[in-house]
Unconditional design. Structure first.
Length: 296
């Protein structure tokens, strides 16, 4: 396949690459610092910070699967991407999107137990159980996406080799197929709806129960402390789901937008949230701040 980068803006690729390069560097630095802080500071060896570490690893994999090739297209016009490499990239993007959704659900469950049932927190969420939840999220993501990749790779691609995108975006690649992709489209729609829908419902339920418990706390200081603890999680959840839904709907329905606008929105969805997540931890969570300062 041949990636076009940003359709219609090929002459500006070098300038467009600057913000993407900056966000990638910040993603590597920010998430690596979070991982180091959790690894080296023993006071952060708790389930909540293990889940944050999982998000940091997901963000690093997510960005590295996309940005280096994207920068290759922008800087050196390295447009070619092999058939297998294209679908491997797509697999990583979709799998780790599903994994991140699962980890965000686990984080909401973690805060629910910590605030609504604090006396049983240490017995319900042990370190080993936290790791099992992370592995289960990974297995769920890979298990759902593997059949989709089998369906997509079995299609014949003979219309053109040119993908009007800066990475192997699912819908852009499917449009190149000569056969009817309705089975893969139906599967991806059902799985995306089930995963995102179920996770969103359970996350909303968890934070609804948390707000009800917080409202019953006797002192205002205790209520504010509980809300601050959840603030970073809520910000990350909103960033992930709102930007993801915006990107998906812009790809499905053009809304008379220029192709380069749709591609840029999709590119920023894959690059900006992984950069912002560690910044949100640093702003909202004092313990992470202190852990990073100790590392520095």
């Amino acid at each position: 396949f041949l990636l076009t980068g940003i359709p219609g803006l090929e002459a500006l690729h070098v300038w467009i690459s600057i913000p993407f390069c900056f966000t990638y560097i910040m993603t590597l630095l920010g998430n690596s610092m979070v991982l180091l802080a959790v690894r080296l500071d023993k006071s952060l060896h708790e389930p909540m910070y293990y889940f944050i570490s999982m998000l940091a690893v997901i963000d690093l994999i997510f960005s590295t699967a996309v940005v280096p090739k994207m920068l290759g297209v922008f800087w050196w016009d390295s447009r070619e991407i092999g058939f297998e490499a294209c679908f491997i990239q797509m697999f990583f993007i979709h799998t780790f999107t599903a994994v991140e959704s699962g980890v965000l659900l686990a984080m909401s469950f973690d805060r629910y137990i910590a605030i609504c049932n604090p006396l049983r927190y240490s017995t319900i969420l042990t370190s080993s159980r936290t790791i099992q939840i992370g592995l289960l999220s990974l297995a769920r993501g890979a298990g759902v996406m593997t059949p989709l990749m089998c369906l997509l790779t079995s299609l014949p691609y003979c219309k053109t080799r040119v993908i009007p995108h800066s990475y192997c975006e699912h819908m852009a690649v499917v449009e190149l197929a000569c056969a009817n992709p309705s089975v893969s489209d139906l599967y991806s729609l059902i799985m995306a709806t089930l995963l995102v829908g179920a996770d969103s419902v359970f996350i909303t339920f968890s934070y609804g129960m948390i707000l009800r418990s917080v409202a019953r706390l006797p002192s205002q200081e205790a209520r504010l402390k509980a809300l601050r603890t959840c603030g970073s999680h809520v910000a990350i959840i909103l960033l992930f789901y709102v930007s993801g839904l915006l990107s998906m709907y812009l790809q499905m329905f053009s809304f008379s937008l220029a192709p380069h606008v749709q591609v840029l929105v999709s590119d920023f969805y894959l690059t900006v949230p992984p950069m912002l997540n560690p910044l949100i931890y640093g702003i909202k969570m004092k313990q992470i701040q202190e852990g990073i300062f100790k590392v520095l």
